[in-house]
Write a protein that binds this ligand. Structure first.
Ligand SMILES: [Zn+2]
Ligand SMILES: [Zn+2]
Length: 213
């Protein structure tokens, strides 16, 4: 399984564009890639995909974590390029996407081989729980329900070993001890504290980061 950060506040290479938002691509052998969130704007998203060698037309499923613009802003642009993709949105997303198969998520469910949604937590946001050989890897958008709550919800699929994404104002740092992979991205307010507390477990986030799990 390969996870690529496509859109983030920071970049890993000068060729990529940064912006306030988040998007990541999940690639599992033999199934079409899954795009989790779309960043704040199509231009940056599609530019970064091009630089990273990601063919937007091949994406089979788009999952939107929550309805905030820094996660949904690139959706329109990608749907113009990709006419086939299915979409999973939390119930709070609202609004229709004409001509597309859209699944509205409230309860936990399986999205594809090895990939599950936590369900919409606290009426705002869903996260991904992915089954790997190491256990469950969680990918989050902004963590509005709370990182601890999301880890608890993802734990029903197995033992969580890693979390990637925006942690927002999360500061209950004890909840991260025991994890072997911590990648605080995007809106994480206490990023420098987390990187300092868990230097062995942390990977610095940025568009262009590729993690093989
Ligand atoms: Zn948000
Ligand atoms: Zn956000």
């Amino acid at each position: 399984m390969k996870i690529t950060i496509v859109y983030d506040n920071e970049v890993k290479s000068e060729n990529l564009k940064g912006g306030w938002g988040f998007s990541s691509l999940i690639e599992i052998p033999n199934i079409p890639p899954i795009l989790f969130d779309t960043g704040a704007d199509s231009h940056t998203l599609l530019h970064n995909m091009k630089v990273l060698g990601i063919d937007a037309r091949r994406i089979g499923i788009i999952v939107i974590s929550h309805a905030h613009g820094d996660h949904t802003g690139g959706l329109r642009g990608i749907l113009e390029v990709n006419k086939e993709t299915e979409i999973y949105v939390p119930a709070s997303f609202g609004g229709a996407i004409p001509g597309r198969k859209v699944t509205t998520v409230t309860e936990p469910l399986q999205i594809s081989k090895k990939v599950f949604s936590t369900g919409e937590l606290k009426g705002i946001e869903q996260s991904l729980a992915m089954k790997t050989d190491k256990g469950i890897l969680v990918v989050v958008g902004c963590s509005h329900p709370g990182v601890g709550e999301i880890i608890d919800a993802a734990s029903k699929f197995g033992k969580v070993y890693g979390v990637i994404g925006g942690f927002h104002g999360f500061r209950d740092f004890n909840r991260l001890s025991g994890l072997s992979l911590i990648v605080p991205c995007h809106c994480t307010q206490y990023k420098s504290e987390i990187l300092e507390l868990f230097p062995q477990q942390c990977v610095r986030c940025g568009a262009g980061l590729v993690l093989e799990q």
